[in-house]
Ligand binder design. Structure first.
Ligand code: FAD
Ligand code: NAI
Length: 476
């Protein structure tokens, strides 16, 4: 006998598990189906984000940054430490503990909100008045009937042709988060978000890191000025070796090394020898094996599930959220969509504004932005004014010893409404929240300029940038 639910959520990443919790809160009888298993072969909720993404990467970034601080930043405070060593095993154990506590926490949240968890791979078997979902787990097959389905199956790393992953010499994010010792020479294909974050972790711990990026410029998704500043800091100050315009021609593995051949941006043949190679060239939607074709669930040519602005698919009562659909592949975007869909199913109004989803890259300094870049505004012909302020002129940044970078605010010339905010600097991840609130409330730069910001605080840099839109910054 099939078990019957109001809602079946397929996938327990930040899109799916949050949707399931919200459905539970709204009194919907909900099951969440997920097939993730951890290294011990045990079900582990939380998807990519908690198991091999956001959370473990931030744990390693913090550990490696502490090592960097002790070695290079403490002395200016008069703190001298001798004989500093790094125990990679302890760092990894700490990371694993953080991951376990969070993934276990989701199981508790499911219990609290009366969400049923079903481990296994879910696929559409049939449609009709209800949808039948088959769940296979270790050869056992369960059948679930649900009136509504939320697909939140996430994404998988894009593979580099000719460079099969072995999670030892050639790794994706999973391997890159689990090295048991610091590679002497680390190669990274793709200077995107994962490449920069993982490259930073292992560089701080002592690896010589070379990044090979296919595109002709660095970090082209970010505002040009931010990308330029970041490239200068990452290369000149931190020693990341970044090659843009690199075309990989072959990847070969030896006993203990990887040899990457590529054409550089001048067309010359180059060779990179490294002890480990991280492949981080983007992610693809995880929609194969979902039975989409059985129920005629519409996918686009890249495998993303087609949805409208409310995450509705072409099938009645079937929704899709997170990395498996259009929009940025970010955990908070996935969760926001999960909540919105749960509320829509419960008869409320659910909507996510993709124009105000913030981006953060957790390098040091951090990079964060929301809204339009300057190059996008130029291209679309929108007249704008720009205000900018450096962390160097801020008391809190000076006392932290973190003075690199700046905040830039872009405002519509006609209305003064803020249309883009770009930050490179300390705690940019936290500071961007003020920008998101401002944009959601349709604030003008004048509104921010008139709000009192605490002194001394990093938020004063945001305030001064807003004043700068009207050319009236006070401390520069
Ligand atoms: P996922 O988290 O991928 O979860 C999908 C779940 O569904 C998985 O558990 C999967 O096993 C399961 N599943 C798939 N198919 C089926 C099926 N047929 N049946 C049952 N279960 C199924 N984003 C941020 O916002 N901030 C960050 O700092 C950040 N850092 C990252 C670092 C790394 C190294 C990586 C790789 C990603 C990072 N991301 C970050 C991106 C973030 O992890 C994703 O955007 C987010 O996890 C997407 O959530 P999701 O719920 O759509 O999918
Ligand atoms: P990405 O899209 O950020 O970067 C991939 C890079 O690889 C791009 O610059 C691309 O031009 C380059 N590339 C593609 N093919 C290539 C090739 N053949 N040779 C060389 N370079 C090539 O993707 P990434 O870093 O894999 O991360 C995937 C996604 O995960 C991110 O886009 C983001 O959505 C999410 N993520 C978010 C984080 C955060 O929010 N802090 C952290 C890590 C990942």
């Amino acid at each position: 006998m099939a078990k019957t639910f109001d809602v079946a959520v397929i996938g327990a990443g930040p899109g799916g598990y949050v949707a399931a919790i919200r459905c539970g809160q709204l009194g919907l009888n909900t099951v969440c189906i997920d097939d993730w298993k951890n290294e011990k072969g045990k079900p582990s909720l939380g998807g990519t984000c908690l198991n091999v993404g956001c959370i473990p990467s931030k744990a390693l970034l913090e550990s490696s940054e502490n090592y960097e601080r002790v070695r290079h930043k403490f002395s200016e405070h008069g703190v001298t430490v001798q004989g500093v060593t790094m125990d990679v095993g302890v760092m990894q154990a700490r990371k694993n503990k953080i991951v376990e506590s969070f993934t276990g926490g989701i199981a508790m949240l499911f219990k609290k909100n009366k969400v049923t968890f079903q481990h296994g791979k879910g696929r559409f078997v049939s449609d009709g008045n209800t949808y039948q979902i088959g769940v296979s787990d270790n050869g056992k097959l369960e059948s679930i009937d649900a009136k509504h389905v939320i697909v939140a199956t996430g994404s998988l790393p894009r593979q580099l042709p000719g460079a099969p992953l072995d999670q030892n010499l050639i790794v994706d994010n999973v391997g890159a988060l689990s090295f048991t010792e610091v590679p002497k020479r680390l190669g990274v294909v793709g200077a995107g978000v994962i490449g920069l974050e993982m490259g930073s972790v292992w560089r701080r711990l002592g690896a010589e890191v070379t990044l090979l990026e296919a595109l002709p410029g660095f970090l082209l998704v970010a505002d040009e000025q931010i990308a330029k500043e970041a490239q200068k800091i990452f290369t000149k100050e931190q020693g990341l070796d970044i090659h843009t315009g690199a075309k990989i021609t072959s990847v070969k593995t030896g006993k203990n090394q990887v040899i990457v051949e590529y054409q550089d941006n001048q067309g010359a043949r180059q060779k990179l020898e490294c002890d480990k190679l991280i492949v981080a060239i983007g992610r693809i939607p995880n929609t194969a094996g979902l039975g989409a074709e059985t129920v005629k669930l519409k996918l686009d040519s890249n495998g993303f599930i087609e949805v409208d602005a409310h995450c509705r698919t072409n099938l009645p009562n079937v929704f899709a959220v997170g990395d498996a659909v259009r929009g940025p592949m970010l955990a908070h975007k996935a969760s926001a969509e999960g909540v919105a869909v749960a509320e829509t199913i419960a008869g409320q109004a659910g909507h996510v504004n993709l124009d105000t989803v913030p981006w953060v890259i957790y390098t040091s300094p951090e990079i964060a932005w929301v809204g339009k870049t300057e190059q996008e505004l130029k291209k679309s012909g929108v007249a704008y004014r720009s205000g900018q302020f450096p962390f160097l002129a801020n008391g809190r940044a000076r006392s932290l010893g973190e003075t690199s970078g700046f905040v830039k605010i872009l405002a519509d010339t006609r209305t003064d409404r803020i249309i883009g905010v770009h930050i490179i600097g300390p705690y940019a991840s936290e500071m961007i929240a003020e920008a998101v609130v401002a944009m959601e409330f349709a604030a003008s730069s004048e509104d921010i300029a008139r709000i009192v910001h605490a002194h001394p605080s990093l938020s004063e840099v945001f305030h001064e940038a807003a004043l700068g839109v009207d050319k009236r910054s006070l401390h520069i």
